[in-house]
Design a protein around this ligand. Structure first.
Ligand SMILES: [Zn+2]
Length: 182
């Protein structure tokens, strides 16, 4: 009986997934573009923080630290942070959005099915590290697929989990963001 070698050519022939995803999102002579542009809102990190794990790892906006509640004003957001409460940078990224799915909170003492959260997965091109404090903003596009200026926001997605997918060599190939929507 012939033995099966599941990994006959392991090592050295791994696909360049950055390149493949770039072709998928932006298109190629033999491939239709399937991506869209969105705005990645990355919260600025405090000095020396490589990856934020708690909100104190971020740089707070003055509107947050000046108020006695230590909360930004959501109803009349300040011009600097737009109510986020933290300083941030907006960057345009190419991504692929998959179908939304419903996540049901079935915690022990809650009535079953009481709390349903709409979630979406986004596949984002290689990028510097993304964390659960960051946001994805979906905006209106023109017919060429460019984001209209001034920006008209469609959805604000909060990152629930940000996973980086790495190649064998350890290089980050793309990100998958699991998001819930305001
Ligand atoms: Zn502010």
């Amino acid at each position: 009986m012939k033995s099966i070698n599941f990994f006959p050519r392991s090592g050295g022939i791994e696909l360049d997934l950055r390149k493949e995803l770039n072709r998928t999102l932006h298109g190629a002579p033999d491939e239709v573009a399937k991506g869209a542009l969105a705005i990645l809102r990355r919260m600025r990190r405090a000095d020396g923080v490589v990856y934020p794990v708690k909100s104190t790892d971020l740089l707070p906006c003055d509107c947050r630290t000046n108020g006695y509640e230590n909360e930004p004003d959501k109803d009349y957001p300040c011009d600097v942070c737009e109510g986020e409460g933290y300083l941030f940078d907006d960057e345009i990224v190419a991504l692929y959005k998959t179908n939304r799915y419903e996540y049901q909170d079935v915690e022990k003492y809650k009535a079953w099915g009481k709390h349903t959260v709409s979630m979406s997965f986004f596949y984002v091109e290689y990028h510097e590290s993304i964390s659960r404090f960051d946001k994805l903003l979906e905006a209106n596009h023109n017919l060429q697929g460019e984001i209209i200026s001034p920006v008209q926001l469609l959805h604000r997605h909060n990152v629930h989990m940000a996973e980086s997918f790495r190649a064998d060599t350890g290089r980050v190939e793309f990100w998958r963001l699991s998001c819930w929507t305001d």
